[in-house]
Design a protein around this ligand. Structure first.
Ligand code: NAD
Ligand code: ZN
Length: 359
């Protein structure tokens, strides 16, 4: 079976296009009492962004905190907050949810919009195609580029038992606003780590067994753009990085990531390491599997003056190691993409823990 995959319905791209957000949302507002919910990364709380939000009187602004990557309990809490805001209003649901921030905030916006129309806890829907009802309209404005969360059909959440996305056609954004000015102030090393998420998506997609021409077209373009940004310093680096993230996301939509992502999920679940930095930590030890990619990654790292943290697994317990390996192994499609159908004969628990021990 070929995947019939859902794409983002509307995309606006360009420096300054954020100023069109009000007009874009206006089309979605129903009636005078319409409510928009803005979920905005709290890193922008004391800046000028608040005054630029196209808010109506009844709209709800929530500053979200992403010091920890999104958890299902946090999503449930945000949903309650939105429902409380809607109590007594004409409409039971808001007209839309807008996420403004990096991958974590975009994922929160996706999850909240889904959980406003689907019963229960976000944890009940971690997996593939478990969502039954369409979400409320949801839009994103990325302020960091690299994850591809703006185009993907998943929202990655840490639940009580697992770190796993809510993968569904309904997860995909209805609208994305790609304004390179919004990522201009993202500081290093965060900009680098998130950018490398895109570069690693490309390596894993292009080196994977699931590769096809669709993925290759996007993956090669995204990789070229990453090279422009991280091995050179073009004037329009932010524009290129934003499009790299978009193309990198499109590339894995029709293929899969690989070993680095599987290991990074384990690091994140047990050590709380964020996705971008976790990927960088793991990728640096994957020379045997992705020799050219790792070589180029090191050049990019040197050029950006990045020092990776080391010895992260030095003090971990046997139980923690077991959990880390378990979390990585759950992601079977990633291993299969990287190593082929017989991956279980190649990648043993021991090999995985040896890799972790190096980190
Ligand atoms: P992030 O959203 O976790 O943010 C990282 C840090 O950067 C935070 O402290 C945040 O406050 C800050 N930040 C964001 N924008 C900023 C800006 N413009 N200036 C200064 N600081 C800024 O980072 P990320 O790397 O974009 O996202 C990682 C998250 O994305 C993880 O939770 C991961 O699971 C998720 N992810 C999702 C997908 C998907 O397809 N849904 C894919 C990959 C990763
Ligand atoms: Zn990633």
């Amino acid at each position: 079976m070929f995947r019939n995959f859902k794409m983002v319905s509307k995309v606006v791209f360009g420096r300054g296009c954020f100023s069109q957000l009000g007009d874009i949302l206006q089309e979605q507002r129903q009636g005078s009492e319409s409510v928009m919910v803005f979920l905005v990364d709290d890193v922008f709380k004391d800046g000028s962004l608040e005054n630029r939000l196209p808010r109506n009187a009844d709209d709800l602004l929530v500053w979200v905190n992403v010091d920890d990557e999104p958890k299902t309990v946090y999503v449930d809490q945000l949903v309650m907050q939105v429902k409380a805001h809607m109590a007594g209003k004409q409409d039971s649901h808001p007209s839309g949810v807008v996420g403004i921030g990096g991958g974590s905030t975009m994922d929160l916006a996706k999850a909240v919009s889904l959980m406003l129309t689907n019963r229960g806890s976000a944890a009940d829907y971690q997996g593939w195609d478990l969502i039954k009802k369409p979400a409320v309209y949801h839009a994103a404005v990325p302020t960091l580029s690299g994850t591809g969360a703006e185009v993907s059909r998943t929202t990655v959440l840490t639940g009580p038992q697992k770190k796993l996305g809510i993968n569904s056609d309904h997860t995909v954004f209805d609208q994305i606003v790609l304004d390179p000015e919004m990522i201009a102030d993202a500081p290093n090393p965060q900009r680098f780590y998130t950018g490398m998420d895109c570069y690693i998506h490309c390596v894993e997609s292009l080196e994977g067994t699931y590769l096809n021409s669709f993925s290759r077209a996007y993956g090669e373009k995204a990789m070229d753009l990453c090279r422009d940004v991280f091995l050179d310093s073009p004037e329009d680096a932010d524009d290129r990085l934003m499009m790299a993230s978009y193309c990198g996301g499109m590339s894995i939509a029709y293929s899969q990531v690989g070993i680095c992502h599987a290991l990074s999920y384990g690091l994140s679940f047990v050590l709380g390491l964020h996705h971008g930095i976790g990927n960088c930590v793991a990728f640096d030890y994957l020379e045997d599997y992705y020799p050219e990619g790792v070589g180029e990654f090191r050049q990019m790292m040197a050029r950006s003056g990045i020092d990776l943290p080391r010895n992260l697994t030095a003090g971990i317990t046997d139980d923690q190691m077991k959990t880390m390996v378990d979390v990585a192994l759950v992601l079977e499609p990633l291993w299969e993409n990287a190593l082929g159908r017989d991956w279980k004969t190649v990648m043993t628990r021991e090999k995985i823990s040896d890799l972790y021990l190096k980190m």
